[in-house]
Design a protein around this ligand. Structure first.
Ligand SMILES: *Cc1c(COP(=O)(O)O)cnc(C)c1O
Length: 471
């Protein structure tokens, strides 16, 4: 017994409403390298966190893609890998899990999300087509452009305002969509490209009502709707939390209803599905399925593995079931909120409401003295690494790329740094260390100078571009 009772009986206190629904069985040691080594490492990486060796990183918040911790059941599933070239048992498990939880008829496996985006874009888009969507995602838009299409953002204006507290900042602006249909004609729109949660807007959800409205509008014009389901489990949690009529529905039920308003989907299983590699596309129309299933053998692998090993498909099938459990997804999102709330309390500018998979620091507001062509968000990623060995990602003008016609930077209204939380990997103490690092960098903001780009690759430049500090 403690000498003094920690709390007297009957005293009111706020009890935690959640904790991780698991305990830790295996650990992977990490450590912080010295300041000197960090200075050397970031310089060698051209001030681009994508080019840092992971061994130089302490807390890795670069991405939540393929960085999840698998469960003991998933690891057990890996031992049940059926590595038959054709008709692996694991494919059928995965196919059934997708049909059960997402509700689509036909499934094509791919090595990861962009493999599915490639096949979908090639199957559906013709040169000169227009693809409306609720804000772009880097690989999605690029595949749509490579297929000859033009992506047009029809997200609500609130999504571009990092301080607006709209509960569903991922919603489509139906007027923008309708105007676009009038302008280019329904025949030039092969499909509407929906996503939830919207990564580039800060992990913001789309509401069920909005998905239903988009579906109805598209039905009137004979336009199909496809969904990027990469983070739809997280999206479903927000619907349960915020949308009237869904508070008593399970995340699994909400997910299935969301998908029912669309004709098919593509998935990066490296996110919601708690695996290190994998993806798929799934559709309800047989003609699209036939095309995708034929193309998958050219670009990915046979249509019953699509670039994945049998064991990967088994882990994915198990991951789907784990991902839709209410307690899992609640603890996932509450951990992100825990980090975000610390920063908000300290007055550090972040995108609000806090999204599903990451905290987005508002670099434009933090560094008003650094012009956008000196890459404020890229600068902030380098500063965070230098301070504490924490690795984050730029989501601003570097990620946005260049306008294919004018060749100038596309200047996005949001200039953000993403602190992405891997699923089931870090503890609350890691979140505290991270928050304190952000605070230290924030306090030094007035002394910080921008960067100059000294090497720029043609595609998805944020992955490989190199920078130097401005003198
Ligand atoms: C990661 C991601 C993709 C691309 O998937 P990969 O598995 O990285 O190829 C597509 N859309 C969204 C929303 C993503 O987050």
């Amino acid at each position: 017994m403690p000498k003094k009772p920690l709390r007297t009986m009957g005293q009111q206190f706020n009890r935690r409403s959640w904790a991780e629904p698991w305990k830790i069985k295996v650990v992977e040691p990490i450590h912080m390298v010295s300041r000197e080594e960090r200075e050397k490492a970031i310089k060698q990486a051209g001030y681009n966190t994508f080019l840092l060796p992971a061994s130089e990183v302490y807390i890795d918040l670069l991405t939540d893609s393929g960085t999840s911790a698998m469960s003991d059941r998933q690891w057990a599933g890996m031992m049940l890998g059926d590595e038959s070239y054709a008709g692996s048992a694991n494919f059928y498990h995965m196919e059934k899990a997708i049909q059960d939880y997402y509700g689509y008829k036909y499934v094509v496996p791919t090595h990861q999300g962009r493999g599915a985006e490639h096949l979908m874009s090639q199957a559906l888009i013709k040169k000169g087509d227009t693809i409306p969507g609720n804000m772009y995602f880097t690989t999605t838009r690029l595949h749509q452009e490579l297929a000859g299409g033009t992506f047009v953002d029809v997200i609500i204006d609130e999504a571009h305002d990092p301080e607006n507290l709209h509960p569903f900042k991922g919603n489509v602006d139906l007027n923008k969509l309708e105007d676009l249909i009038k302008k280019v004609g329904a025949k030039k729109i092969p499909f509407v490209s929906l996503a939830g949660t919207v990564n580039m807007a800060g992990g913001q959800p789309i509401s069920m009502e909005n998905m239903r409205d988009v579906r109805n509008l598209c039905n009137k014009h004979g336009i199909r709707v496809y969904l990027d389901t990469t983070r739809m489990v997280e999206n479903s949690f927000f619907i349960q939390e915020r949308e009237e009529g869904y508070e008593d529905k399970s995340v699994a039920e909400i997910l299935k209803e969301s998908c029912s308003y669309t004709d098919g989907a593509w998935m990066s299983a490296k996110k919601d599905h708690l695996v290190n590699i994998g993806g798929w596309l799934a559709v309800n129309h047989e003609d699209v399925f036939e095309q995708a299933r034929n193309m998958v053998v050219v670009y990915e692998g046979l249509h019953t593995y699509g670039g994945m090993a049998g064991r990967d498909m088994e882990a994915l099938a198990i991951g789907i079931t784990e991902a839709v459990q209410d307690d899992h997804i609640q603890s996932r999102i509450e951990q992100v909120r825990y980090l975000g709330s610390l920063l908000v309390d300290w007055g550090i500018p972040i995108v609000q409401p806090i999204g599903g998979h990451a905290i987005f620091l508002n670099a434009k507001e933090m560094y008003p003295h650094i012009p956008q062509d000196q890459f404020p968000a890229q600068t902030l990623t380098a500063e965070l690494y230098l301070d504490s060995g924490i690795r984050t990602m730029e989501r601003g003008v570097v990620s946005s790329g260049r306008d294919p016609i004018t060749g100038d930077h596309k200047y996005p209204s949001l200039e953000l740094v993403r602190l992405t939380i891997p699923r089931r990997v870090y503890t609350q103490a890691h979140m505290d260390i991270t928050a304190e690092a952000v605070r230290a960098v924030y306090e030094n903001r007035k002394n910080t100078k921008g960067l100059e780009m000294v090497y720029e690759p043609k595609y998805l430049r944020f992955f490989q571009a190199r920078f130097e500090p401005i003198k």
